[in-house]
Design a protein around this ligand. Structure first.
Ligand code: FE
Length: 367
């Protein structure tokens, strides 16, 4: 290898049943007071909140709970979580739940570390650090447990975007038991988010030797899981594979960022209510059709066990059961906003035009 290459992964990853409870002494090093950030219900049902409380109590760490994170956390929620707990001497945050809870935990952690800066001000700043974050994903998908990203909704922009700070979690605890009672549709939508991270990180101008290794292993896991996504049951062993696949996807996009389908899909989640993984996968017909990295595309298809690109696209269409109504005017509006967000377009393998972007939305429509 003659070219320079690198991998940055500052998160300690611990995986296995009961790993949070078994490794509770690691939490003690992060401080004596913690804030648990989670959603309203699922962490209470899947056992993760109970484990988190037991782990903190084992180490005599005092804690507060903020359980108001929705599927699309907003700037206001981030601000609220900080204000409610700003006088509690919080030293670290435990984010528990889907990507949304972990993303919110990171943004809240930035406010604790940078007192006096509001969530809205932080949204327009860069490279702010956070107090330590411990991530406990309860469904495989976002990979947020191993990325610096934090996707937050800004109603004033009618968009979701990255909070933009450097907040890799210190520790990620991956316990597949928390997924055992998850809804099948949630497993599918989140699993497809993980799939898209692997693909967009692989077919990406910022891909490195190391990120490609991780992505290729993720593709092989995906090939094992392909049929499981058709349901009706998701066996427990498959959940473990899915969790690894999602974390690999997170490690990949931590190096490369996500690609066009993510950028184009956010608006479909905001305006049309499509689940993030579904909104992103909906863009794949147009995205892969304009991919010019034929050699890598071939290698990817082979690792996933598809003989042709059409076989992969048919597979995605068959699984993604969504309804999408988009007028030509909406397509033009979304495309215009995208073009203004040039940072995204530049991370692709080659430049894309406004016409190509509009075509990607049209190909997402169903007859
Ligand atoms: Fe994603």
């Amino acid at each position: 290898m003659n070219q320079e290459t690198q991998l940055y992964m500052p998160t300690r990853i611990i995986q296995g049943p009961k790993c949070l409870l078994n490794n509770s002494p690691l939490l003690k090093r992060l401080g004596k007071r913690a804030l648990i950030v989670t959603g309203l219900t699922s962490s209470k049902l899947n056992g993760s909140l109970e484990d988190a409380i037991a782990a903190l109590e084992n180490e005599n760490i005092r804690y507060k709970i903020f359980d108001q994170v929705s599927d699309q956390p907003t700037i206001e929620t981030v601000q609220e979580a900080f204000e409610q707990n700003q006088r509690e001497g919080i030293e670290f945050i435990l984010g528990l739940g889907k990507g949304s809870a972990i993303d919110a935990a990171k943004a809240i952690g930035v406010l604790f570390r940078n007192r006096g800066i509001s969530a809205r001000e932080a949204f327009n700043m860069q490279n702010l650090r956070s107090i330590p974050i411990v991530a406990v994903p309860t469904i495989a998908g976002s990979g947020s447990e191993v990325t610096p990203y934090s996707i937050i909704t800004d109603h004033s922009l009618r968009q979701k975007k990255d909070f933009g700070q450097e907040s890799f979690p210190k520790i990620a605890f991956l316990d597949p038991r928390y997924m055992y009672n998850a809804d099948f549709s949630d497993l599918l939508a989140n699993g497809f988010d993980a799939f898209t991270h692997l693909v967009e990180g692989y077919l990406n101008a910022k891909a490195t030797f190391y990120s490609d290794l991780l992505a290729e292993e993720g593709f092989r896991l995906f090939s094992k899981l392909k049929t499981v996504f058709f349901g009706p049951q998701f066996p427990h062993e498959a959940m473990n594979d899915l969790m690894v696949m999602a974390t690999l996807g997170g490690m990949v996009i931590a190096q490369t960022g996500t690609g066009l389908p993510h950028a184009l899909g956010y608006v479909l989640t905001y305006e049309k209510g499509l689940a993030h993984g579904v909104a992103t996968a909906a863009m794949y017909r147009g995205y892969l059709a304009q991919c010019q990295e034929t050699e890598k595309l071939e290698r990817m298809l082979e690792a996933m066990g598809f003989s042709t690109l059409d076989a992969l696209l048919d597979y995605i269409s068959e699984l993604m059961d969504y309804r999408l109504d988009l007028s030509e005017e909406e397509i033009q509006n979304y495309t215009r906003t995208m073009i203004q967000n040039l940072g995204r377009v530049k991370t692709q393998m080659h430049r894309v035009t406004k016409t190509q972007l509009a075509e990607m939305y049209r190909l997402a429509l169903r007859p």
